[in-house]
Ligand binder design. Structure first.
Ligand code: AMP
Length: 426
């Protein structure tokens, strides 16, 4: 199918051509015609499916006639959970709408309000916003939502997860009841179903699961490696110049910072993106990575959710995720929109159970890379110390079996540090 068959206006078709989009993705095929005809829509889809264009293109087209009007008012509002996602949607609006004359603006918290206020005062047709900053501006009467014709909720389940659902409801209460509503969520927990029922009128249902097709296009391998040797393996793999841009996932913020330090010490340009970083640092890290100024972006799952990097080929799972679905989500950052992606996963002995769960989810074994420079040597789980103290260390060491003692090993000090580390710090 071609975009022309979806009755898309020539000015938008031209922009899609310039973005090198050749064919609509399944969600675009299913969603664009009903949205163009004014229907409400309930979309069950994740990033990576082409969902942004699925709502952005028809939204732009329905508002195109407004570009000529002398006074602009916010006619479409897109609510989204994170700043990164808000920026991406805004960039997409600008890409697809470049010939329409419509103005899009993005607002989110964590940065000064002034610049956003200036843009809003200049007149905006499409507003992309995170709920908190939007409410601030509404409360200060800097903007009004009284002219909204199209309301879009993106990643509604994540807004629920992140505790924004009440803010979202407060915002919706200020949008006129007579409107078109598009509601997207990757999952449909009870509260999201309830909210969707409350705000949608006779919606079209569209459900796209990117998991299997995406995963099938990604070449996946796993390296069994001791925890302490993961950094050596990473630096060794980055010796391959073909891996010119790679997203590395760690389980914790501190883990991400440590990997960045180690890479920088080895003169490999790397930056971290995680919840402890300021908004400006996150935006800078992402834009340096996109512009290839930084070769390695080290991310935790929460910070990386929804991040879209065009043409990303490599993802490295430095730590395996505790939730198997997260693996699919991570490797789906590569191989987007039909590109080939490569995922390399590091698995230490304690993570083998996580690997089994992932393989069960994707219903196939992940090929193992044999004969690499840092093979797994520690093959039993070290007992967690009840009380950290020197007296306990000999026992812990006894419990550790080294299958091939001549290979690099974790030092006692390293093990002590690892054991003392608190868990789940994203
Ligand atoms: P999304 O699911 O909206 O985050 O989109 C994922 C990626 O697919 C983005 O990089 C888009 O630029 C790209 N994309 C969306 N639609 C198409 C299309 N029809 N053809 C090629 N790339 C697309």
């Amino acid at each position: 199918m071609n975009f022309t068959e979806l009755n898309i206006a020539p000015l938008i078709l031209k922009a899609l051509e310039q973005a090198h989009y050749k064919h609509p993705t399944p969600i675009q095929v299913q969603a664009i015609p009903p949205i163009l005809s004014g229907r409400d829509l309930l979309g069950c889809a994740q990033t990576g499916t082409g969902k942004t264009a699925a709502f952005a293109v028809p939204t732009l087209q329905r508002l195109m006639h407004k570009a000529r009007s002398p006074r602009r008012s916010i006619s479409a509002l897109i609510l989204t959970p994170t700043r990164e996602l808000a920026l991406q949607i805004h960039e997409s609006m600008q890409t697809y709408g470049r010939h329409t004359g419509l103005r899009s603006c993005v607002i989110f918290g964590g940065v000064s309000q002034n610049q956003q206020e200036i843009q809003l005062r200049q007149g905006v047709d499409i507003l992309v916003a995170t709920p908190g900053r939007l409410l601030d501006l509404l409360n200060q009467r800097i903007i009004t939502l009284a002219q909204i014709e199209i309301l879009i909720l993106d990643e509604a389940d994540r807004m629920l997860d992140m505790g924004f659902i009440h803010d979202v409801k407060r915002v919706i209460a200020q949008v006129p009841a007579k409107r078109q509503t598009l509601f997207f969520s990757a999952t449909m927990p009870a509260e999201i179903v309830k909210l969707s029922r409350a705000i949608l009128v006779d919606p079209i249902h569209v459900s796209i699961s990117p998991e299997s097709p995406t995963v099938e296009k990604i070449q996946q391998t796993v390296y069994f490696v001791d925890k302490a040797n993961k950094r050596h393996l990473l630096i060794h793999l980055l010796g391959n110049p073909q891996i010119d841009s790679v997203l590395v996932f760690t389980r914790t913020k501190h883990g991400a910072d440590r990997v960045v330090r180690e890479l920088n010490d080895s003169r490999i340009r790397a930056q971290a993106i995680h919840g402890n970083k300021s908004q400006n640092a996150r935006v800078r890290a992402l834009s340096d990575f996109k512009s290839k100024t930084t070769r390695v972006l080290v991310a935790t799952d929460i910070a990386a959710r929804g991040i879209d990097i065009d043409g990303l080929s490599y993802v490295i799972n430095y730590d395996l995720p505790e939730v198997p679905e997260t693996y699919v989500h991570r490797i789906g950052r590569s191989g987007r929109a039909g590109n080939v992606g490569t995922s390399l996963s590091f698995c230490d002995f304690e993570e083998k159970k996580l690997l089994t769960a992932i393989e069960k989810l994707i219903v196939k074994p992940i090929p193992v890379v044999d004969g690499h420079s840092f093979p797994l040597m520690i093959t039993t789980i070290e007992p967690k110390p009840v009380q950290m103290g020197r007296r306990h260390m000999p026992q812990q060491r006894q419990a550790t079996q080294h299958a091939r003692p001549s290979q690099p090993q974790t030092s006692r000090a390293q093990r002590q540090t690892q054991q003392a580390k608190p868990k789940n710090r994203y």
